[in-house]
Design a protein around this ligand. Sequence first.
Ligand code: SF4
Length: 227
Amino acid sequence: MKDIAGVWDYVRGFENLSLCDWPGRTSCIIFLGGCNLHCPTCHNHQLAWDMHSLPVIDPQRIKSYLRDRAGWLDGVTITGGEPTTVPGVGELLYEIRKSGLPIKMDTNGMRPEVVRDLLQYNLVDTFAVDVKGPYAKYPALTGNGVSEIAARANLTRIFELALARPEAFYFRITRVPGLTEADLAAAQDYLPLEYELTVQNYVPPRRTPEHAKPNHEERRPAGNVVN
Ligand code: SF4
């Protein structure tokens, strides 16, 4: 088993309260470094590709926060980066589970075997899966992080998992530059029938604080917010 300290080394941001990240719930957000894609529109590129430039968050501070504040939080959001790429992420989730709070994980869906395992071991309650666009556009949308064929295979597997556990998934897409209405419709058609693809508007990366208008793509890890 991997050393838990090594897993916590991937925690490079923490937000103590979000009212919008998990629809209908209050949650805190844990940001994990590293990603298997290289999307040119990424808002968390420092976290995704250069996590060592961000400070490590003290695990004890997060654990204490979860222990003391669990009563007025509805859940914990795990985001990145891409959380499914973190070695030993299951051990981290196991620790967070001790708070008794539901866990939502954001994912690009390109590691369906990890999603399957986390579901199987009941370490995640809800996956928020980002569909990037039509499969044919995945190479362009992900900085050649994944081929059209691999994107199709991975998301097809995710959709199979969602059919088996419909309560554990929802799907969203961000209207990034270059995506057309036809692209959005094509992505919607990939989903199993009962699912609606949530379309989010793209907000260009923030240049100055006054431009702040956060959505899930516009969050940045904050390292010093645990009281
Ligand atoms: S999958 Fe998400 S975190 Fe990774 S590069 Fe793309 S937008 Fe950034």
